[in-house]
Design a protein. Structure first.
Length: 570
């Protein structure tokens, strides 16, 4: 039984067959008739993450000791005392009793005369906060500890073998409370040898290293020094380094360079002269390189209610010059920023998915600012009526567009098979809180639906995962539009209605509507191809030119607010 506190309670053998908490010490010697047993493991949740972590823990004991675990991938009730099968699973209670401060409990049935184990069952406290990771214990969002399922399983499997708790000061996985240790030690191996024979003479090496710096802007070079690593009864034969993004190195002192933003882990594996190894992990946080004197992150730009770009320190508000939208420079998309003022764009409002052109979509459901109709189509209409950030072509995002906002602080994200969810330990909501504040851990609608009654794709900003959901289920909304606000509102732009000449001030920073295509001419002038009006066919390479003041002049324009073009170089 592994606990969060140092309080410890043992049960004792009172009958020929006893059901109680696990207990081993050299004098008691409760063990299996042979150094092996089979566990029935099918732990529900997280797409097999718990099963994988549990099986890995079993393999650690099997590989390092004489005791051999076998596994059957099926569920058996861990609270059934009469089936003579070793069940493993989640429980809300300790088989009817209060868990107290226990993270997990292993129950044993043994013969009090022979001390031979007949059955072991393991229950994990589903009320706790869990994940799978290595290294030092992590705090959970909202307070408390985020418990590593793998090391708790490793501890409880020691009880299945017959090991008891050791003093908290002992360097062992079998201490009564969870710690930063996440692997077996020589003390653990000697305990198994005392029960089932054999002598463990080799002690595991101690993995320790320094990493400098542990955070900074990309590209970030981290210097690694394992001079503090040691082997208590021999020497270290190998130092092996790896990172969560696939880098590797060997040697006592090395360096790794991270060129992309994200949260990464560096793992040191030290192996002693007899082949025993231990690992140590360090988390590295890499932020995106800054531009504009270090004040504005490269990816995002704040935009005001009136449509003008702002500095990174601008605050959210209602006035024309306050921040209201965020522009993604990498994708060319302008995003709505939620508020916390009980107004139209408040973060707490939820909507059913509705499109009047699609059969069976739902205009009923949700809770919102205009309670008479809380659906996505009405919300789009209301935001466009307000001309948020100076534009009135807001829409629901596509699945890939909304997926692009997900930021996994762990630096790990699953593939399409596992619905792109963030992996490892990550912060929620899974989005940049700097540029998208007031984001709840909610599902958000996309536009991705068929033209008949089908579920619609939604994206979770609690986990980053994706799901198909019914249209009448209330979910959150974040609207998007393509490009920065209209060029006619860009400072310095001018339009001569008589001649039809549109003059744009600085072609480098200009962005407007959808980005179609362009080319960089041989003399470094920008030329636009596939220049087109909105909702009209593509035209044939109109005559465009740039004057000596870097102003782009476009002839024969009837209305500058109806044109759509891109001036980003290829």
């Amino acid at each position: 039984m592994l606990k969060r506190s140092r309080k410890l309670i043992f049960t004792t053998a009172l009958a020929t067959v006893v059901w109680g908490a696990s207990a081993y010490n050299a004098g008691q010697g409760i063990k299996w008739a042979q150094a092996k047993t089979t566990l029935y493991v099918n732990i529900q949740g997280e797409n097999g993450l718990w099963n994988q972590a549990f099986e890995t823990a079993m393999q650690q004991w099997t590989n390092a000791t004489r005791f051999k675990f076998a596994i059957e991938h099926e569920y058996r009730d861990p609270c059934n005392r009469a089936d003579k099968l070793n069940g493993v699973g989640w429980q809300e209670t300790d088989c009817g009793d209060d868990f107290g401060d226990a993270l997990a409990v292993t129950h044993l049935i043994w013969n009090a005369r022979t001390l031979q184990l007949n059955q072991t069952d393991m229950v994990f406290n589903i009320n706790e906060k869990w994940n799978v990771y290595q290294g030092d214990l992590k705090s959970a969002s909202g307070g408390g500890w985020l418990n590593d399922f793998a090391r708790v399983a490793l501890h409880e499997l020691g009880h299945v073998i017959g090991l008891n708790h050791v003093d908290q000061s002992t360097y062992s996985i079998m201490t009564p409370t969870i710690s930063d240790l996440d692997s077996l030690t020589a003390d653990d191996l000697n305990g198994v040898a005392a029960l089932y024979g054999g002598t463990i003479t080799n002690q595991a090496p101690i993995a320790a290293f320094s990493a400098k710096p542990v955070s900074g802007n990309a590209p970030l070079t981290v210097n690694l020094d394992a001079s503090l690593a040691a082997d208590p009864d021999g020497s270290i034969a190998a130092f092996e380094w790896s990172s969560s993004d696939g880098k590797s190195a060997s040697g006592k002192t090395v360096y790794l360079t991270f060129t992309q933003a994200g949260t990464f882990t560096i793992t040191l594996k030290v192996t002693d002269d007899k082949g025993l190894f231990t690992t140590k992990i360090q988390t590295i946080n890499v932020t995106e390189a800054n531009v504009d004197g270090g004040s504005i992150p490269h990816s995002y730009q704040k935009v005001s209610n009136s449509g003008s770009t702002l500095v990174a320190t601008a605050i959210l508000g209602d006035t024309q010059n306050d921040w209201a939208c965020t522009f993604d420079k990498d994708t060319g998309l302008l995003w709505e920023v939620k508020t916390d003022d009980q107004g139209l764009r408040d973060q707490h409002w939820l909507y059913s998915w509705y499109n009047s052109a699609i059969m069976n979509s739902s205009s009923a459901g949700g809770i919102c600012y205009n309670p008479s109709r809380c659906d996505t189509e009405k919300y789009v209409q209301d935001v466009n009526a307000q001309a948020l950030c100076g534009v009135n072509d807001w829409r629901l995002p596509g699945l890939e567009e909304l997926r692009g906002l997900v930021a996994c602080s762990s630096g790990q994200r699953a593939n399409q098979t596992n619905f792109y969810r963030c992996m490892g330990y990550f912060d929620s909501p899974t989005i940049s809180s700097t540029y998208f504040p007031n984001t709840l851990n909610e599902w958000f609608w996309t536009v991705s639906a068929n033209t008949t009654y089908e579920p619609v794709w939604i994206v979770s900003f609690a986990s980053g995962s994706e799901f198909l959901d019914a249209m009448d289920y209330p979910s959150a909304v974040r609207l998007v539009r393509s490009g920065l606000p209209l060029v006619s509102q860009t400072a310095g732009a001018s339009f001569d209605a008589a001649s039809g000449m549109l003059t744009l001030p600085d072609v480098v920073i200009l962005a407007r509507h959808y980005y179609v295509a362009m080319q960089l001419l041989p003399d470094n002038r920008f030329g636009i191809i596939n220049f087109r009006p909105i909702d009209a066919p593509l035209s044939n390479n109109p005559e465009l030119y740039e004057d000596s003041s870097r102003r782009l002049k476009i002839p024969n324009v009837r209305n500058p607010d109806l044109w759509d073009f891109n001036l980003t170089p290829l």
